[in-house]
Design a protein around this ligand. Structure first.
Ligand code: SF4
Length: 351
């Protein structure tokens, strides 16, 4: 099968008229207001590495980087102090931790458990992991430290999915979700729009949210990466994104919907919130704090009648030494965290 042609053909179905969208948005807003308070949250995706032992998903940035060899020590793994400093700063600034993520099969389960326990100690509650399929035995080991687990599902069209992610077959991902559900953990899925789904595939996604009792869905859209087969495939348009959010909101009133918000989509934030999204991820907070983008973000949330949680344009006075001194870690780790925290805080101060 010519999958690239199929992707082009399916992408041609991404048409949403105003007459179709407007009544749906009104319905979605009504449903949202019945189930959630009028807030908007930023959820930071915390990356713990920049390499992947699979590295062949055709749209993914990490597929363009050197593949991690599990027999060798991982080179592109982020230090614990860097991750923990970021988590602490998020808490102090009022930004939520959406999950930890990164390339698959890089760290051992024991390492992850230790790291996640430390993150939880700072965050004050358990976090989610978003890495992709883990074996049932691994889920069992990670269960005590996480609130939930998830994966990018990419597409529920099995042939297309397995073309896009040859080493991460759909059936393995579905088995993973089934096991996460069996272990009583929350489930998160990420759907990437623009990599070959048909508009009508929203019905399949809704069906799967119900089937697996999925609590949280993250809608991303294709951001064409150089040196991938998608580098000339256009991103889906904002009305189409909003249509997906609204269809899911109406069909699944209680699911948390998060949308990935990149710079050139910040002007669409009010549209996404009006469609029933709870919040957003991907905002480049260290680059765009207190910038025109942050101002636009705040304005967009206000326009949609939502109170944006956390600081985006003003930096609170923080006693970094005191915050780090209160952490339940040994002095050496605390010293390292403080050093990183000061660097991150200084980035925000310069804005
Ligand atoms: S498993 Fe995840 S990180 Fe690795 S290439 Fe695929 S999408 Fe990218």
């Amino acid at each position: 099968m010519d999958f690239l042609q199929k992707i082009r053909d399916n992408n041609a179905t991404h048409v949403v008229s105003k007459a179709e969208l407007e009544p749906l948005l009104m319905e979605a807003q009504k449903v949202f207001r019945q189930h959630f308070s009028l807030e908007a949250n930023f959820e930071r995706s915390v990356f713990i590495n920049w390499t992947c032992a699979i590295a062949d998903c055709q749209y993914c940035y990490l597929s363009t980087k050197p593949k991690h060899d599990p027999r060798q020590e991982a080179k592109a793994v982020r230090s614990q102090e860097s991750i923990l400093a970021e988590v602490l700063l998020c808490r102090l600034m009022g930004w939520k931790i959406g999950y930890i993520t990164g390339g698959l099969r890089v760290e051992s389960v024991e390492y992850l458990k230790d790291l996640i326990s430390k993150i939880n100690a700072i965050n004050g509650e358990k976090i989610m992991m978003n890495f992709g399929p883990y074996a049932h035995s691994e889920i069992d080991k990670l269960k005590p430290v996480v609130s939930g687990m998830g994966s990018a599902i990419e597409s529920f069209d099995e042939e297309l999915h397995n073309f896009i992610c040859p080493s991460k077959p759909l059936r393995v991902l579905l088995k993973f979700l089934e096991n996460v559900k069996r272990e009583g953990l929350q489930k998160l899925i990420t759907i990437i729009l623009g990599i070959g789904e048909k508009k009508s595939d929203v019905d399949i996604v809704i069906e799967k949210i119900k089937e697996y009792d999925i609590e949280k869905i993250q809608l991303c859209f294709l951001k064409p990466q150089e040196n991938t087969i998608f580098d000339e495939v256009p991103s889906p348009n904002p009305d189409y994104m909003a249509w997906w959010i609204a269809r899911i909101r109406v069909a699944c009133p209680e699911v948390i919907i998060k949308v990935a918000l990149v710079r050139d989509r910040i002007s669409d934030v009010s549209l996404y919130l009006e469609a029933g999204a709870n919040g957003f991820s991907r905002f480049m907070i260290f680059n765009d704090f207190n910038s025109e983008y942050a101002v636009e973000l705040e304005q967009g949330c206000r326009k949609a009648g939502r109170k944006l949680q956390g600081c985006f344009t003003s930096l609170p006075e923080l006693d970094l030494e005191k915050e780090v001194a209160g952490l339940p870690f040994d002095n050496l780790l605390k010293e390292k965290i403080l050093l990183k925290l000061k660097q991150y805080y200084a980035k925000l101060e310069r804005k």
